[in-house]
Design a protein around this ligand. Sequence first.
Ligand code: PNS
Length: 167
Amino acid sequence: MNLVRAIYPGSFDPLTNGHLDLIERGSKIFEELVVAILRNSEKDPLFTLEERRDMLEQMVRKYGNVRVDTFDGLLVEYAMRQNAKAVLRGIRAISDYEFELQMALMNRKLQPQLETVFMMPAEAYSYLSSRLVKEVFRLGGSVRGLVPELVEQRLTEKVHGISAKEK
Ligand code: PNS
């Protein structure tokens, strides 16, 4: 039997319901899904790596075949070390396609044995991104329904410096 382990890589700063939607879809297709957080992103993250990992771990606990890990360096090399055959990426709109195609083809050039699989999140999340969540939240807008409750609490603590209970 051809068991496929896939890597779902990203920054997850923070995890959104769009990411979770994709994780759920991926967990149904692949035998094992490794959600891999990039360690040394050039972006200046809002949440530390440990905070992001903690949130993800809590949210994927319910799936028996999903685990969380971190990685550094080339994605294709990490994927090979993990014995993964596929990389999972989400495509929300046509605008994502160009960059995702570029990455997928570069990764294929670097490692032809690794396939990139694209999945579409539910259309309700098609406009959602971690960047917009951070921006809207910082400016006082509501992100309810766009991120898990846990992430909303952590955003409150991080951005407003108070725990959700004190609010
Ligand atoms: O959530 P993001 O920021 O869209 O994820 C981007 C990510 C982590 C998938 C991408 O930056 C990546 O794979 N980085 C690892 C370094 C690498 O392999 N670069 C070459 C990609 S073609």
